[in-house]
Design a protein around this ligand. Structure first.
Ligand code: PFF
Length: 454
């Protein structure tokens, strides 16, 4: 059996937490979370989302980290070592593929954020009506030079960070970017709360109206819990493989889930206080950031500055997530194919850029190329986020729960006697039930629902 000894590693627990949090907090928290909350009834949706984080999000995150940490290998090597046969090894390859595909179109939306940052800097985001704002967005996103151009620039930035490796690249940059992101977020929250009628936004976020929860909303909350923790795509397995064997995994992962949730909710506070104090609707959907917010920025004091802050925050968050989606394939190329880190970073980033081009063109040049009535971007994002990611998560819990073994997994978590809950056996039961039963059952239900069987 091949074990990998000279593996790169995180310098400290804080380093791991920053990197994993950097992966978790991204477009999912900044762009998607507020609009799905807006469309699905506010507070009740948030409560549901938090319940799913506890029921399956946290246990699957811990499972993926313990898989990677024990095997000290890429997702492929990890599944091969712990699964002990070729089939499991191929499941590991599948999760690497998922992360890689996600990185290709994630960079397109992230490129839009970067493009809007430039728009904000050049003071181009002044609109008097929704139509103006929407037209501006359509003009930009359908312009091939703009969309492919920013997709390219964003990918270059990601490659640059990955180039420097685990400690000097991912860890060092996350340690700078995450506090910066938090600072910008706090400024936005304070600005939002101090606006007139901001309490309406707070009320919207924290009032639990269960009548607004639909079966579709339940699935969206579940999917969001998955996506936000970067599960099912090899990322957390790879980040776990760089974690020192001494670290208590539960203690290392808990702050990631907690801070990620706090950040997403604060983001909701910032956006909805601003939206409600301007008498705009919360249900704008994906356009919330590109249509609703620029109108708000046009009408408020220091709006240009707030706009610059906002799109800086979004770009930073997306960058630390993008690199985490590419890292699984990079670690695979280094471990299995003997690539140097530099070569692996350039190769993976360039390939992801090329594969992302049709997604970048899906809103303009390729607008009319549709399969089943959907454009390329919609199809590839649906397949990967809604189908491949749950499958990846399912495979991770099945590996831990039924192939490798719960006892070994729990021993390898190195849970401190004085663990977070001061109750090791309770923690053990919680993971046991989630990993063996709740998670696989819920994931199978999601998948059956998505393919229309249930
Ligand atoms: N967790 C990220 C977000 O919420 O935006 C998304 C993400 C990152 C997905 C990394 C996949 C991935 F590999």
């Amino acid at each position: 059996m091949k074990f990998y000894n000279q593996r790169e590693s995180w310098k400290s627990r804080i380093g791991f937490i920053s990197a994993a949090l950097g992966s978790a907090v991204g477009l999912g928290s900044i762009w998607r979370f507020p609009y799905v909350v807006g469309q699905n009834g506010g507070g009740a949706f948030i409560l549901l989302y938090v319940i799913f984080l506890i029921l399956i999000g946290f246990p699957i995150l811990v499972s993926e980290i313990v898989i990677g940490r024990t095997a000290q290998s890429s997702p492929y090597g990890s599944f091969r070592i712990l699964g002990r046969n070729k089939i499991w090894a191929n499941f590991g390859k599948l999760s690497i593929f998922t992360g890689f595909i996600i990185s290709s179109f994630y960079s397109v939306i992230a490129g839009w954020m970067l493009g809007y940052l430039i728009e904000a800097i050049f003071n181009n985001l002044h609109f008097t009506s929704s139509i103006d704002a929407l037209n501006h967005f359509h003009n930009l996103s359908s312009n091939p030079f703009w969309s492919v151009g920013f997709h390219f620039i964003f990918m270059m930035l990601s490659i640059l960070i990955l180039f420097f490796g685990v400690r000097k690249g991912i860890e060092a940059k996350s340690k700078i970017m995450m506090p910066l992101l938090f600072l910008v977020l706090l400024i936005l929250v304070i600005k939002g709360i101090s606006m007139p009628n901001s309490f309406k936004g707070i009320k919207f976020l924290f009032s639990f109206n269960f009548k607004q929860i639909t079966p579709a909303g339940i699935l969206i909350a579940l999917g969001q819990a998955f996506f936000t923790l970067s599960l099912g795509q090899g990322t957390m397995i790879t980040y776990g493989s760089y974690l020192s064997r001494k670290e208590d995994i539960v203690r290392s992962c808990f702050p990631v889930v907690l801070l990620n949730t706090i950040i997403a909710i604060l983001m909701g506070v910032a956006i909805f206080t601003i939206v409600f104090s301007n008498n705009l609707q919360p249900q704008a959907g994906p356009a919330l950031i590109f249509e609703t917010l620029p109108i708000v920025f046009s009408n408020m004091k220091f709006g240009t500055f707030v706009g610059i802050l906002f799109f800086t925050l979004a770009s930073l968050a997306a960058l630390t997530s993008e690199i985490s989606a590419l890292e699984p394939i990079i670690s695979y190329l280094i471990d299995e194919k003997g690539f140097s880190r530099k070569k692996a970073s350039i190769f993976s980033g360039s390939l992801a850029f090329l594969i992302g081009i049709p997604s970048a063109l899906a809103f303009g040049l390729f607008k009319n190329y549709k399969i089943f009535g959907e454009n390329f971007f919609d199809i590839i994002s649906f397949l990967s986020v809604n189908i491949l990611v749950p499958i990846g998560g399912l495979l991770a819990v099945l590996l831990v729960g039924y192939r490798w073994g719960m006892k070994e997994a729990f021993d390898n978590m190195k849970v401190d006697e004085k663990d977070l809950f001061h109750h090791k056996s309770l923690l053990k039961k919680y993971f046991y039930f989630s990993i063996k039963f709740i998670s696989p059952i819920l994931i199978v239900l999601i998948i059956l629902n998505l393919i229309g069987i249930f």
